[in-house]
Design a protein around this ligand. Structure first.
Ligand SMILES: NC(=O)c1ccc[n+]([C@@H]2O[C@H](COP(=O)([O-])OP(=O)(O)OC[C@H]3O[C@@H](n4cnc5c(N)ncnc54)[C@H](O)[C@@H]3O)[C@@H](O)[C@H]2O)c1
Length: 334
């Protein structure tokens, strides 16, 4: 592929998929060629809004397009694996939404399909893509924290269960609740900052205390977790505590990661901050100006054009998925 050639992209699933379109539309080296959704009204409206030449209700028709280079898969979770694998087999590069799949087995098949097809499989771990988080990644990588031996990752909602009875609250369609839906963002951010260490052990507990009574009243299905916690231990001796909640009796909604290191610590809570000792004093520090970062879509398109591996490869989605599976398995075994 010539560097000057624009990458033709298609977006499958036009809920969160519209966010992908917004970002693709801003990429000078991408061209929105096609969109897909089974909801024909939504499909037509989005096609017009983004001036996409092609629109399909059937994803198989979109991925069969010869001119198409890459797709975003922003479908309900149970469709991530089959659609991603079909797209890879058709020779397309894939940017897939989180969580990668509904089980690690599916995620493994996706990674294998990308390898076989020699195409890029990138996870949409978009919470990494802020200037402050990129700064923190560099800070950790340059040794600012010393040895990182403990981390905490939180994605907490006091009351925030998504559409009751939709695919989000049905295990067979989503793979799980709060942990899969929002816990993955905090988990990925912490793992990325820690450089994705090898997992040795996972202990977890999942609860559903708010969803089931609400669902019963509304005569809807809710068979997923609305609170999950996990303790993840790594082969390098470090550990990570994770908590994800759609609903719990807590003070407020919060999303943040803390890292504890021998030379310093950091938090993303309320902006990037670092903590260390200098000249006999305990010091808090914060960056005052950080470099802008590209969007995940721009990164994906650039990686395709330049033949680079994305910073969130399928392997990271698989590592996260294995932890999700292990937390649920540990919870069932309790
Ligand atoms: N990264 C993030 O911050 C973020 C935010 C929200 C959602 N998501 C993820 O995006 C994905 C989609 O979530 P959502 O909130 O957009 O869900 P949604 O239910 O709002 O939208 C899904 C869309 O897919 C369409 N669809 C369903 N089956 C289809 C099929 N077989 N073929 C074509 N279209 C089909 C639906 O009609 C709908 O328009 C999920 O994996 C979710 O976890 C990620």
């Amino acid at each position: 592929m010539k560097r000057t050639q624009k990458i033709n992209v298609g977006v499958i699933g036009l809920g969160m998929g519209r966010w992908h379109l917004q970002n693709y539309a801003k990429c000078a080296n991408a061209n929105v060629l096609a969109v897909c959704d089974i909801d024909e009204t939504r499909l037509k409206a989005v096609q017009m809004e983004y001036d996409a030449p092609y629109a399909y209700a059937n994803y198989a028709e979109l991925i069969a397009m010869d001119e198409l280079d890459a797709v975003t898969v922003a479908l309900p979770n149970y469709l991530h694996a089959p659609v991603t694998i079909a797209a890879l087999r058709a020779g397309k590069h894939v940017l897939v939404e989180k969580p990668m799949a509904t089980s690690a087995r599916e995620a493994e098949e996706m990674v294998a399909a990308a390898k076989r097809a020699q195409r890029i499989l990138m996870m949409h771990f978009n919470y990494r893509f802020t200037p402050e988080h990129f700064f923190l990644k560099d800070y950790v990588q340059s040794g600012g924290l010393g040895e990182v031996y403990f981390a905490k990752a939180f994605y907490l909602r006091r009351r925030g269960i998504p559409a009751l009875g939709s695919w989000f609250t049905q295990k067979a369609l989503s793979g799980g609740g709060a942990l899969c839906d929002i816990g993955v963002h905090a988990l990925d951010l912490a793992l990325w900052l820690m450089d994705y260490p090898q997992v040795s052990d996972v202990l977890g507990a999942s609860y559903a205390k708010f969803g089931p009574p609400l669902a019963q009243k509304a005569k809807k299905t809710f068979d997923v977790d609305d609170l999950s916690v996990g303790l993840i231990k790594f082969e390098n001796g470090a550990s990570l505590f994770l908590e994800a909640s759609w609903a719990s009796n807590i003070a407020k909604d919060e999303v943040y990661v803390d890292l504890y290191g021998t030379k310093g610590g950091l938090t993303t809570r309320g902006g990037a901050k670092m903590f260390y000792e200098r000249a006999g004093a305990q010091v808090d520090a914060a960056p005052v100006r950080v470099r802008p970062v590209e969007t995940p879509q721009q990164h994906f398109v650039n990686c395709i054009q330049r033949g680079m591996t994305p910073i969130c490869p399928g392997e990271h989605g698989l590592a996260v998925q294995r932890i999700l599976d292990a937390i649920y398995a540990s919870s069932l075994n309790a």
